[in-house]
Design a protein around this ligand. Structure first.
Ligand code: DOR
Length: 449
């Protein structure tokens, strides 16, 4: 019998389920075998990593990314962006269907799984995209092997708007999968856009983006989706809340595992505000738009009081040339996976969030919400997906250290106090002190459903 591949991580502050344990983690092959204050190496074959008193977190699970493959690979691909994710401490991602072709059939979904199986650096799953006419495909999905269903209830990159109310009701009534929705009311947006186009033509100032893709557009669409979920009993997850007003639609009275309606907030909506458009322009143009500082405060409040359940990135790269365009031609979205965790750790340094709460929102809750099997926690018997972060090791985001294929970041010029020193994926040291392992250890996510 060959000896198992063994790894011992020593001297960490291990963050899990609201506690911080000073201790060690012992891993055999891809599984956490023991978490304890002091573990000694059982043989000379055990590889030892000294965490040097730094925090050890469960690998981050990002429930919303756009990696652009197939078809939009001039912007990004699964290999390039999952590599950036690993450097940022994200060990698992759920990728969206607005690729080319769109991921609206099981065949197209499996093609993506096949690409990820040979190129991804991080654990992966994908969402099937709902359309006005693919109900049969939705019904055929095996919920144990696919993350869920994504519906665009407002158009964004890729024209995947689902706007037929009868179809929506049928979809909501006929699947047990988590239905993740992009909520922005199309009619409201189009009316606002026409108003400002009449005034400015295509060169609308970027600061009008949150006025065009307005609070009302978000609220109207989110409320309608929630109403339909209540009527049909569907399991609804509202992606990227961007307004304080929408947060009143969600509850903190029930534990996450029992919630039928959940909410996500993204890093950019917690970080930027409309005061940043003058400086950052289209680099912070997202759908839904980054809104006011008051909205940002409201989102933080709802995150901390558990009306918002998870933090994600909505990583959505476009090329620099595409972004540097007039308002109507600059696409919405920006890359974030490499910087999301360190940005949230910066918010921790500012006193906004504790490390256990951050772990709850970025690691535990995405696992609970999507019923991801054996990930998201540092527990014996779970996969060894771990991140070691040094909270006092500042670095500045610069072109030379950006790993996204598009080569830019909305955080360029920002200095973060914290740094990911190691990322362990399925017991394999995937990233260590700025170096990637050439060996890929990613697995397809599975779901306890
Ligand atoms: O800003 C965005 N960009 N929001 C989305 O929902 C889609 C994304 C993209 O794919 O570019």
């Amino acid at each position: 019998m060959t000896a198992p591949k063994a790894l011992l991580i020593k001297n960490g502050k291990i963050v899990n389920e609201g506690t911080i344990l000073e201790g060690d983690i012992y891993i055999e092959n891809d599984i956490i075998m023991e978490v304890a204050p002091l573990i000694s190496a059982k043989s000379a074959h055990v590889k030892v990593i000294d965490a040097e008193g730094n925090y050890i977190l469960p690998g981050v699970i990002d429930d919303q990314v756009h990696f652009r493959e197939p078809g939009l690979t001039h912007k990004a691909n699964i290999e390039s962006e999952s590599r950036a994710a690993i450097a940022g401490g994200i060990t698992s991602f759920i990728e969206m269907p607005n690729t080319n072709p769109q991921t609206t059939t099981i065949e197209k979904l499996e093609e993506k799984f096949a690409i990820a199986a040979s190129t991804s650096y991080a654990n992966y799953s994908f969402m099937l995209g709902g359309t006005n006419d693919n109900l049969e495909e939705i019904r055929k999905v095996d919920p144990k092997s696919v993350a869920g269903l994504k519906l665009f209830l407002g158009s964004s990159t890729g024209n995947m708007l689902v706007d037929d109310p009868e179809v929506l009701e049928k979809i909501f009534s006929s699947t047990n999968m988590v239905i993740s929705v992009h909520c922005e009311d199309e009619g409201t947006i189009n009316r606002n856009l026409e108003t400002y186009k009449a005034q400015y033509g295509d060169a609308i100032p970027m600061a009008y983006h949150p006025i065009i893709r307005s609070e009302e557009a978000c609220y109207l669409s989110s409320s309608k989706a929630i109403e339909l979920a209540k009527k049909t009993g569907a399991r609804l997850h509202v992606f990227h809340l961007s307004t304080a007003k929408e947060t009143a639609l969600f509850s903190n009275k029930i534990p996450l595992k029992d919630k039928k309606i959940t909410a996500e907030v993204c890093v950019h909506h917690l970080w930027f505000s409309d005061e940043d458009y003058d400086k950052k322009g289209s680099l912070i143009k997202w759908n839904p738009a980054v809104k006011t500082a008051k909205d940002r405060e409201g989102l933080w409040k709802a995150l901390l009081d558990d009306r918002i359940d998870v933090i994600a990135t909505d990583h959505a790269p476009h090329t620099w040339d595409e972004k540097n365009n007039v308002y109507t031609k600059a696409p919405s979205g920006g890359p974030l996976v490499q910087h999301a965790l360190v940005a949230l750790l910066e918010a921790h340094h500012q006193g906004r969030i504790t490390i256990p709460k951050l772990v709850e929102k970025m690691c535990h809750n995405p696992a609970i919400l999507f019923q991801v099997a054996k990930r998201g926690f540092i527990k014996e018997g779970y996969y060894a997906d771990l991140v070691i972060v040094d909270l006092n090791n500042p670095w500045t985001v610069k072109k030379e250290n950006i790993l996204y294929k598009c080569g830019w970041s909305p955080f360029e010029g920002s200095t973060f106090k914290s740094r990911v020193t190691h990322t362990i994926l399925n017991g394999h040291v995937a990233y260590e002190q700025n170096k990637f392992s050439p060996e890929k250890a990613a697995k397809r996510l599975t779901f306890n459903r």
